[in-house]
Design a protein around this ligand. Structure first.
Ligand code: ATR
Length: 275
């Protein structure tokens, strides 16, 4: 029987996940489809019961439900438990298990660029997104992770939890040349002409600079890094790889991520550069 999958969130109209998963189902000859469903926060429990009743095989969860879905699930994997946030649910026919593939998605994307696990890596931000990413970086064996955040206490807490280092934003600005990899995880940059979370004046030429935002494709932060001849990594890779990990959990099939990065880049009005 045809299987079906979904993404629930509010808002949901701009989600690129239906395009991505439907393309992969078609390309891999899997008889399944994927639908976006807008669920208002007050209706989350009823919506989940409805998905179950209608036999959903799995679904993604986006804002604002990543945390509030947790009490309804039967199991959580270690990452989702640590993050206290779920972006993927897998149903084995009986039970509904929650996963969080965001951090690992980021790391898979980063690893397609010229980086080394011994590089000095700076993460800017210490919110939910940064937590997922720092934990995943440590699991992947990045040894030298430093966290800078506007609210220094949050950077310290995340550093303690992950055996990383914490510095203030001012110290990050002045020691920026010491880092080979910089990862921007704050929401600053969602609007194109917003100020940068920190000055990139001292950025080392040739560093790898990543932003988790993918719309706009080139945030002001990445634009400033480009001007310093850095390798820039936008959020499309993270988006595609977090989806690929979910797809693998649902189907056991490893989808074509490189082609998807190209398709999504073009959908967002960008030009794909083959790496
Ligand atoms: P998310 O789940 O997207 O990470 P979050 O948990 O609310 O969202 O975290 C937002 C992050 O962006 C935090 O690191 C926040 O810094 P604070 O801890 O000091 O709030 C950071 N952030 C948001 N707006 C910022 C700004 N204008 N300048 C610098 N950092 C900012």
């Amino acid at each position: 029987m045809k299987k079906w999958y979904a993404v629930i969130g509010d808002p949901i109209t701009h989600s690129l996940s239906p395009f991505m998963h439907d393309t992969w189902f078609r390309d891999h000859g899997i008889d399944a489809s994927y639908v976006p469903i807008r669920v208002e926060p007050a209706n989350l429990e009823k919506a989940f019961e409805s998905l179950k009743l209608l036999g959903v095989s799995g679904f993604n969860i986006t804002l604002p439900h990543k945390q509030s879905i947790i009490p309804f699930l039967d199991q959580l994997d270690d990452t989702a438990l640590k993050m206290n946030a779920v972006n993927t649910v897998v149903c084995d026919g009986q039970q509904y298990a929650g996963f969080n593939t965001d951090g690992d998605g980021f790391v898979r994307s980063l690893l397609t660029h010229p980086v080394d696990r011994n590089d000095q890596l700076l993460v800017i931000g210490a919110g939910g997104a940064a937590r997922g990413i720092v934990h995943a970086l440590k699991r992947a064996g990045f040894h030298h992770v430093t966290i800078a955040n506007r609210t220094f206490r949050r950077a310290e807490e995340l550093a303690e939890e992950t055996e990383s280092a914490a510095i203030t934003m001012a110290d990050a600005e002045s020691s920026l040349a010491d880092f080979n990899i910089i990862v921007q995880t704050t929401s600053v940059g969602l609007s194109k002409d917003e100020a940068l979370p920190l000055s990139l004046d001292r950025l080392k030429e040739g560093a790898v600079v990543a932003d988790i935002i993918y719309n706009p494709l080139t945030t002001s932060f990445l634009q400033a890094a480009k001007e310093k001849n850095c390798t820039i990594v936008n959020g499309v890779g993270m988006f595609v790889y977090q989806g690929a990990i979910a797809f693998e959990k649902w189907t056991g099939v490893e989808p074509d991520t490189e082609k998807m990065i190209q398709l999504i880049t073009e959908k967002l009005g960008g030009t794909y550069v083959n790496r």
